[in-house]
Ligand binder design. Structure first.
Ligand SMILES: Cc1cc2nc3c(=O)[nH]c(=O)nc-3n(C[C@H](O)[C@H](O)[C@H](O)COP(=O)(O)OP(=O)(O)OC[C@H]3O[C@@H](n4cnc5c(N)ncnc54)[C@H](O)[C@@H]3O)c2cc1C
Length: 394
């Protein structure tokens, strides 16, 4: 049975959005419904990134959506948020692609780049003509990126990069990689800088990680840099210290907090519709049983709370008042909530819950990665703990 998404709004949440925000949300929703939903299960099965959607997503202004100038859409943070919600309602892998392109590649070029770097990359990336990836994680350093081993050595008018990066979204399809590396031209704490590395430079290699049970419609690669020479002008001049990549992650985590709501909505709405037509005992729908209703009531309550949390964080971001711990709370809560909704929804569908005729298991598997990347659930717990106690417990 084909289930069509109907939207999820229990407390007239839509009235908290402006006309423009609703318009952006509805445009993204229609795009996903018409273009991604029909192909996503095939992509997920085949482990294929739907590259054919890159150009149309660029035309809709999804890349670098909240940046100003360079052809970018100049959306507010809430407008950008409702776009990522709809993207992830379709698939977390496709939302990941957009987050990386926007928050992890275009944003650092915009925030830390020279005019020349901005003019070279941002207009082409906004259209989706050039793709990017973000290399922070290494095989031995994930939650603690400050331990990274990748090095950039200044030699005359060049930098020479050496190191390994792991779990890099869009690694093998990127034209440019934002690589975070330690330099030897300042003290250890400030020595982490961002570099733009064109992926066709000799010594740069990207190899895809196969066998993922999660984010199968997204490309994930390992990167190897062996004596990669880049002009000194490829350094992102305003990057400095670990706080620079963390600023990028904050942008991306904000989009994830909205995206997770989208994945939860997809699972909940599917389970609700299924429970109303699926009949078991006494020829009555399973939705008429208290235990099933309890699951649905839990999900709609948590989705509603998550919507309000992320909307407030978005409003603060638009007023330039947001703090990183606010974004950590939204990412941590909303991804946890979405994963719980996916598990409960999977349960309501019984055996059908494990089949890819329905989207739930795919969302559930995707959300396991979303829980881990961009700061694991537990790392965000420590960030919130540090914020309320003033004590660092890492
Ligand atoms: C599909 C996918 C795509 C990704 N894309 C990118 C990308 O584009 N670019 C990029 O740079 N990275 C990317 N990542 C990497 C991701 O950000 C890391 O996996 C993440 O930061 C966690 O690091 P780790 O996997 O090394 O786990 P670890 O850091 O080894 O953590 C393992 C466990 O230990 C816990 N832990 C660690 N430290 C503490 C502590 N102090 N106290 C309590 N618990 C702790 C963690 O919470 C976790 O449960 C991606 C990952 C995935 C799965």
């Amino acid at each position: 049975m084909a289930i069509k998404f109907r939207g999820v709004d229990f407390i007239e949440f839509d009235t908290l959005l402006t006309d423009d925000e609703r318009l952006v949300r509805d445009t993204a929703r229609r795009f996903i419904e018409d273009n991604l939903i029909p192909i996503i299960e095939e992509c997920n099965r085949a482990g294929r990134f739907p590259r054919e959607l890159v150009q149309p997503m660029g035309e809709l202004g999804f890349f670098g959506a909240s940046l100003k100038g360079y052809g970018c859409a100049g959306m507010s943070n809430v407008e950008y948020g409702v776009v990522t919600q709809e993207l992830e309602r379709g698939d977390s892998g496709v939302r990941s692609f957009v987050s990386v392109q926007s928050a992890l590649v275009m944003y650092p070029i915009y925030a830390f780049g020279s005019d020349e770097q901005k003019n070279t990359w941002l207009p082409a990336m906004q259209k989706g003509e050039k793709l990017g990836c973000f290399g922070l994680t290494e095989p031995d350093f994930g939650s603690n990126p400050g331990g990274m081993r990748t090095r950039a050595r200044k030699v005359g008018n060049e930098y020479v990069l050496n190191g390994e990066k792991m779990w890099i979204t869009s690694g093998s399809i990127a034209d440019v990689a934002v690589i975070w590396a330690k330099t030897d031209d300042s003290n250890e704490a400030d020595s982490i800088r961002g570099f733009l590395v064109e992926t066709d430079r000799p010594g740069f290699r990207a190899e895809d990680i196969h066998g993922k049970w999660s984010l199968r419609a997204s490309v994930t690669s390992s990167l190897s840099l062996q004596d990669v020479h880049i002009p000194a002008a490829n350094l992102l001049p305003k990057s400095g210290g670990l706080k620079s990549p963390l600023m990028c992650l904050n942008q991306a985590r904000y989009g994830i907090a909205w995206g997770a709501v989208g994945a939860a909505m997809a699972c909940y709405d599917c389970a609700l519709q299924y429970s109303l037509f699926r009949k078991q005992f006494h020829d009555e729908p399973i939705a008429s049983r208290q235990l099933v209703q309890e699951k649905l009531a839990w999900m709609i309550s948590e989705i509603t709370k998550a919507q309000l949390l992320v909307l407030q964080v978005g409003r603060l971001k638009d007023q330039e008042k947001v703090k990183h711990q606010h974004i950590s709370m939204a990412k941590r809560n909303n991804v946890w909530m979405a994963l719980e909704c996916a598990r409960l929804s999977r349960d309501i569908l019984g055996a059908n819950g494990v089949a890819d005729e329905y989207p739930i298991f795919r969302h559930m598997a995707n959300l396991e990665s979303v829980k881990t990347y961009e700061g694991t659930h537990d790392i965000h717990t420590l960030i919130i703990g540090q914020s309320v106690t003033g004590i660092d417990a890492f």
